[in-house]
Write a protein that binds this ligand. Structure first.
Ligand code: ADP
Ligand code: MG
Length: 292
């Protein structure tokens, strides 16, 4: 492309709220064959809500919710905020917490009111030596509804199955349909539960799902998508997404996301409207076509 057509293209992109931080990204976008998207905060709003809190036999629901919320009050994960908000809405008092430890991609644990409380994914419970098998049927039903199942443990015993759900952004279905209309494949990369991710992908018509990817595994997931020489654009918003945004052939950050994600990206969507991803790709194709 000529410098003039790049200038015109990036100017038109800016008008629709797409900022090119790298001038050559407009040309790289044209060659993209796969668009991979982070789930939480990118495909979804990133503001999950507590939908289910089922206490195990012998445990009092309100008491366990209060203990778990006390731990989560110390975590900054959006899931933690959902649990704390639900406990507050039920008028529960959150006790003081000692020895808090957040484990990225897994969950959190702490000592509350003289008891050891842990909350997180099945793999987190596994690292604590707890078997979630007795709850598998409940958890699978929740995951098939697109909810994220979590577990809570009290003093080394499973005490509750918890679920949170994060609404899909209104712009997501149309954005995916437009990417397909442009002949592109669409992939999802997420730390979330596999069944949950697959239920959401099925609903959205997403072609490839990479689930239960730990924060440090996003770059490796991206490299797997590149197999066969495919060019990959990655869309993300979080601190965890920064390395993948830098690694992708084109990194696209959500402008309402974290600063580190924006700084690692080639392209920034000023709003969280995902329709601007296919719009930007279509623009890159027309700019390049015009100068041939
Ligand atoms: P994502 O942003 O895709 O949800 P994360 O790596 O942040 O990925 O989290 C992956 C999973 O780890 C979550 O889906 C959840 O099961 C678990 N998890 C992480 N932090 C917490 C927490 N503070 N409370 C409960 N679960 C958590
Ligand atoms: Mg995210």
């Amino acid at each position: 492309a000529t410098p003039t057509s790049i200038m015109v293209g990036t100017g038109r992109a800016a008008e629709m709220g797409v900022l090119f931080r790298q001038g050559d990204a407009l040309q790289s976008l044209r060659d993209v064959g796969v668009v991979a998207l982070d789930k939480t905060g990118t495909l979804t709003r990133g503001r999950p809500e507590l939908t289910d809190f089922v206490a195990a036999g012998g445990f009092d629901r309100s008491e366990i919710l209060a203990l778990v919320a006390a731990v989560e009050a110390r975590s900054e994960h959006p899931i933690a905020e959902a649990i704390v908000a639900a406990a507050r809405a039920e008028g529960l008092t959150l006790a003081a917490v000692e020895r808090f430890e957040g484990v990225p991609g897994h969950g959190a644990e702490a000592r509350v009111a003289g008891r050891d409380i842990a909350v997180g994914a099945d793999r987190f419970m596994a690292t604590l030596g707890l078997d979630v098998a007795p709850f598998a049927a409940v958890a699978q039903r929740l995951a098939d509804e697109g909810k994220t199942p979590l577990y809570a443990a009290v003093d080394g015993r499973l005490a509750a199955v918890v679920a949170v759900a994060d609404a899909i952004k209104p712009s997501t279905p149309e954005a995916i349909a437009s990417l397909h209309a442009l002949g592109l494949k669409v992939a999802m990369i997420t730390g979330d539960n596999r069944r949950t991710a697959e239920a959401i992908a099925r609903r959205l018509g997403i072609d490839e799902v990479m689930a239960e990817v730990l924060p440090e595994g996003k770059v490796a997931a991206l490299k797997r998508l590149r197999a066969g020489g495919r060019r990959v654009a990655f869309v993300g918003d979080g601190i965890n997404d920064a390395p993948a945004l830098a690694e992708a052939d084109v990194g696209i950050a959500i402008g309402t996301g974290t600063d580190i994600a924006i700084e690692s990206a080639d392209v920034v969507l000023m709003s969280g409207d995902l329709r601007n991803v296919p719009n930007a790709i279509a623009l890159s194709q027309s700019v390049i076509r015009n100068i041939r």
